[in-house]
Design a protein around this ligand. Structure first.
Ligand SMILES: Cc1cc2nc3c(=O)[nH]c(=O)nc-3n(C[C@H](O)[C@H](O)[C@H](O)COP(=O)(O)O)c2cc1C
Length: 193
């Protein structure tokens, strides 16, 4: 058995090339996000694709909103600002609010499509939502939850030493037996490696 290539090889990499990515490609990524499933087909995502252009008000706002640790994202070609609001999706018993879940599905579809195209698509929470909201005119009811930083792979010279090491480090995950169960909560799926 083999994992789908895009899933296996997707990584949250940071070494970006400043080379631009066409508008048509960015549109395709946005479209991939909108093909994600959602509860009752509510489609609670609102996605603002921001082209990173020096002096453009929108990308200046996103750039200014990045935390210092995310300075690597200044080299992005596009920022996809993914927003949602709880009232746009199913709100069921026992705290089952699906807007955030469905936005995550859209984010992953975007990332997988980007990987398919040989691009880096790296989600970040390290930004000021207030600055992004103000710069992109996001209405108060929406939460700008994540920015997916998109670019072509490039050199690692803008990265910290730790980030450079992360670029080539193997992916780390908790043991699969700790999180994937069989039949009952907590019972490891013992045939998994
Ligand atoms: C919601 C979310 C927020 C994240 N925020 C940041 C961030 O602010 N900066 C960053 O460099 N990486 C960020 N990451 C990337 C994760 O650190 C990365 O996905 C994780 O370490 C697993 O590595 P992998 O994606 O290469 O498998 C974020 C990922 C997610 C899903």
């Amino acid at each position: 058995m083999s994992m789908l290539r895009e899933i296996e090889t997707r990584r949250a990499r940071r070494a970006l090339s400043p080379e631009p990515i066409d508008d048509t490609v960015a549109e395709e990524l946005g479209r991939a996000a909108t093909l994600a499933p959602s509860c009752f087909n509510s489609q609670p995502w609102r996605i603002i694709a921001v082209k990173n252009e020096e002096g453009a008000a929108s990308s200046d706002a996103v750039r200014a909103a990045l935390t210092p640790g995310n300075a690597w994202a200044l080299r992005a070609s596009w920022y996809f600002v993914l927003c949602t609001a709880a009232h746009l999706d199913c709100r069921l018993d026992e705290g089952r609010d699906y807007a955030y879940f469905d936005l995550g599905q859209a984010a992953l579809a975007l990332q997988i499509q980007a990987r398919h195209l040989g691009l880096i698509a790296h989600p970040i929470a390290g930004f000021s939502p207030a600055k992004v909201r103000a710069g992109l005119a996001i209405p108060k009811e929406f939460v700008p939850l994540v920015v997916v930083v998109v670019g072509k792979p490039g050199a690692d010279d803008a990265l910290s030493e730790k980030q450079k090491a992360d670029e080539i480090a193997p992916r780390t995950r908790v043991p699969i037996t700790d999180v994937v169960y069989r039949e009952r909560f907590g019972l490891p799926f013992s045939s998994l490696p």
